[in-house]
Design a protein around this ligand. Structure first.
Ligand code: GDP
Length: 465
């Protein structure tokens, strides 16, 4: 990789140093500055901004990093088997006598190139991460069992990945089974996901595999590297680190521990850092092979010891220069948390007003759950016909069955309203929606649902109660 010159390193260090001062001084908050009602600036938002600027200014210094991959799909379609197969057959070095325990991610070396796999299958974690602005995943492998085809959670996983703009590779699994039907699975990809396999003239890379027999895994890894190359996954390789926390817990013996995937820079033992609303100093880092490491770089997963408190899952870890900076960050965070009013998500009855005010978002995102495939299609068609010059209605996810927590997470990540037609909402979904202030509206009559949407588009819908 390209090393940073001394002056550049110094410049970055200085920028970091002045960062919190700037936060302090920004009493008059400009409109674009993230601030709450009291005009306090969120130091986390400032760090985010800082990195955004750094990326813009140092575009020519960005270098490629290894792809980070998440495997998603319907339950029992083989996520765990695939993850295990890749880990067991491709992880070269195992600590002699060491106990390898999962830290939530691992890294393989294939044809001299690294690939990082996130070990926690499930699109909920994936979308929760995005809701917090922490995209950990570069590529999604959507696994579909060839003896079962496209199932509800396949569609759900696909919609989550699509909404996050993450490229998708389809792995058709269990091809060793006598009742495997690859052709039928591809037909369903087209019909239910609108994904056309490459060999059918489309652009969706589709790899037939058997996770159990280890068949097709090489091809899958090759395709991952190919997609990574096309995506040009970049990082800023030097200086203070930035990473995404994918797991965190309070360990009985070790205290607060978390696994982060480093996205930029280097995290070293002894470094100070902030994450979410806590901070720490790296006391020890453990790689997925159970080995102590002194330095972790881009795309490396490491378990980190040295947090003051357990950090929020999926928060972003930033290396900072001094303990003072870290402390100041946390103080500001705590102050802010006490005062901050929760961000409001979109509601049908004031969608028009909110969009006119914001002047930006012209799309009203809708998550639609219905009792049958037929009613879902009918509703989608009816919604597509509703026109308004100021707002576009977009069904970002349509599914059959009850409204779940996963739907609410997607709504949080995409700022959407959830409409249910002749379906219930899980109690966990209701609770989470209240917490996240996501609107769920349920209907039993098609006319009422469409009528409400029409009124919302005209700004004439009465608020509930
Ligand atoms: P997950 O729920 O997606 O993590 O699915 P699992 O990996 O737990 O797999 C569910 C079941 O399918 C297990 O009994 C696996 O042994 C089996 N399975 C997974 N992959 C294959 C495969 O390629 N071929 C066959 N025959 N069975 C598989």
């Amino acid at each position: 990789g390209q090393a940073l010159s001394e002056s550049e390193a110094e410049e970055i260090a200085m920028m970091f140093n002045t960062l919190l001062d700037i936060v302090e001084e920004t009493a008059e908050v400009s409109e674009s500055t993230p601030a709450n009602k009291e005009g306090k600036v969120d130091p986390e938002e400032e760090l985010k901004e800082f990195w955004k600027k750094l990326y813009e200014e140092k575009e020519d210094k960005l270098v490629e990093r290894a792809p980070v991959v998440t495997i998603m799909g319907h339950v029992d379609h083989g996520k765990t088997t695939l993850l295990d197969n890749i880990r067991n057959t491709r992880v070269a070095e195992k600590e002699a006598g060491g106990i390898t325990q999962s830290i939530g991610a691992y890294q393989v070396n294939y044809e001299g190139r690294k690939i990082t796999f996130i070990d926690t299958p499930g699109h909920e974690a994936f979308t929760e991460m995005r809701a917090r602005g922490a995209q950990a995943t570069d590529i999604v492998v959507l696994i579909i069992a060839a003896d079962d085809g496209v199932m509800p959670q396949t569609i759900e996983a696909y919609n989550h990945a699509k909404n996050a703009n993450v490229p998708i590779i389809v792995a058709i699994n269990k091809i060793d089974k006598p009742n495997a039907n690859i052709e039928l699975t591809k037909q369903q990809m087209v019909a239910k996901l609108n994904l056309i396999p490459e060999d059918w003239g489309g652009d969706t890379i589709t790899v037939p595999i058997s996770a159990k027999a280890g068949q097709g895994i090489d091809e899958l890894l090759e395709m991952i590297l190919l997609v990574a190359e096309m995506q040009e996954i970049k990082c800023y390789p030097e200086g203070l680190a930035r990473g995404v926390i994918i797991e965190s817990k309070l360990d009985k013996f070790l205290g607060p521990v978390a696994t982060a995937i480093i996205k930029d820079g280097k995290l070293k033992v002894g470094d100070y850092f902030v994450a979410g609303s806590t901070f720490g100093k790296v006391r020890r880092m453990i790689d997925p092979n159970g080995k102590n490491v002194k330095v972790a770089g881009p795309s490396d997963p490491v378990q980190i010891l040295g947090f003051e408190e357990v950090p929020d899952m999926h928060s972003i870890l930033y290396g900072v220069k001094t303990l003072h900076e870290a402390r100041e960050y946390v103080e500001k965070k705590k102050e802010l948390e006490e005062k901050t009013v929760q961000k409001r998500h979109i509601r049908l009855e004031d969608a028009l007003k909110m969009m006119q005010e914001e002047g930006e978002q012209k799309i009203l995102n809708i998550i639609l759950k219905a009792d049958t495939f037929g009613s879902l299609e009918a509703l989608k068609n009816a919604i597509a016909k509703l026109q308004n010059p100021e707002i576009e209605l977009q069904v970002i996810h349509g599914g059959i069955g009850a409204i779940t927590k996963s739907d609410v997470m997607l709504a949080t990540a995409s700022d959407a309203v959830i409409l249910g037609f002749r379906v219930k909402a899980d109690s966990s979904a209701v609770k989470f929606a209240e917490q996240e202030r996501i609107q769920i509206k349920r209907y039993d009559i098609i006319f009422n649902l469409i009528d409400d949407l029409k009124k919302a588009l005209q700004g004439m819908l009465e608020p509930e109660e």
